[in-house]
Design a protein around this ligand. Structure first.
Ligand SMILES: NC(=O)c1ccc[n+]([C@@H]2O[C@H](COP(=O)([O-])OP(=O)(O)OC[C@H]3O[C@@H](n4cnc5c(N)ncnc54)[C@H](OP(=O)(O)O)[C@@H]3O)[C@@H](O)[C@H]2O)c1
Length: 251
């Protein structure tokens, strides 16, 4: 199968592209540095020629509310239009568990808009909803930092290794289109503040993590189960403790 990976230079995209190549698929690694820019439309139509499957694991360079909405709305629109022209038969996208429950987050509003465009496109699709990546925990801490304090609500948190997310996305892309959403999460649940505290300690980071039920997460308040998947979710294999125990350069 010829499979285009949009965002192939990214954390998930590079891993997905590698896995599909290992399984003998013809992979087109697409991102601005290979001449495919979904925001401007440059190179998109050419990349689609002769392609059955498109995997979109791109991300907005800026997380500011307006930028991220513009990114997902424009790039998804450009992609879907080119896919329709080229007769692509499966569009796969990666989104976030609970996105639809958290409309106060500008980032998640943009992800919902991306999903809405996909569902309305008429192109068969599969949407993978993942929980937060292990690799994203430090960025969460940074976004929640004021001075030397990190404030986070003590809600349930079920992060997943990027490796396990990539496996789920690759699997979805070679299967039949779901025309629906599949959820993936990590194998264990934690308290959000506690996991971030443990992570900073392991890295020798002196910031203090405070449990604050009113603290916002990328613009939104959270309830106990906002970030965790439902009962039918696929679970990743890698445990957070094992991942954290690796040398920093290896994770
Ligand atoms: N982080 C989380 O915890 C989490 C959880 C669930 C779902 N997700 C979703 O996972 C997806 C992938 O995240 P990631 O962390 O792997 O992203 P990432 O490492 O930041 O990679 C983003 C990719 O998008 C590419 N890109 C940026 N602008 C582009 C454009 N105009 N045209 C084409 N490609 C463009 C980048 O290319 P260059 O770098 O070469 O510019 C890069 O390859 C995102 O959609 C995100 O919403 C994330």
């Amino acid at each position: 199968m010829r499979i285009v990976v949009i965002g192939a230079s990214g954390l998930i995209g590079s891993n997905v592209a590698g896995k599909l190549e290992e399984h003998g698929h013809e992979v087109v690694a697409a991102s601005p540095n290979t001449g495919v820019n979904t925001l401007t439309g440059e190179g998109v139509a050419d990349a689609m020629q002769g392609t059955q499957v498109v995997i979109d694991v791109s991300n907005s360079p800026s997380f500011a509310d307006e930028d991220v909405m513009r990114f997902f709305e424009t790039s998804t629109g450009n992609l879907l239009a080119a896919e329709e022209q080229a007769g692509v038969t499966h569009h796969v996208a990666l989104s976030v568990v609970g996105a639809e429950r958290l409309p106060d987050s500008g980032y998640l509003r943009a992800k919902c808009r991306q999903e809405e465009l996909i569902k309305g496109s008429g192109i068969p699709y599969s949407i993978v909803h993942a929980t937060q990546f292990f690799e994203f925990v430090r960025r969460i801490a940074d976004a929640a930092t004021e001075g030397n304090t990190v404030r986070l609500p003590p809600v349930l948190f079920q992060p997943i290794a990027a490796e396990d997310v990539a496996r789920a996305v690759a699997r979805a892309s070679v299967g039949e289109p779901l025309n629906g959403v599949v959820e993936v999460g990590g194998p264990e649940q934690f308290r959000f503040d506690e996991l971030v505290r443990r992570t900073l300690r392991a890295d020798g980071d002196p910031r203090e993590v405070v449990a604050d039920p009113d603290a916002r997460y990328f613009g939104t308040t959270l309830t106990e189960r906002s970030l965790v998947p439902g009962d039918g979710a696929q679970l990743g294999e890698q445990r957070y403790e094992d991942w954290l125990g690796q040398p920093a350069a290896a994770r």
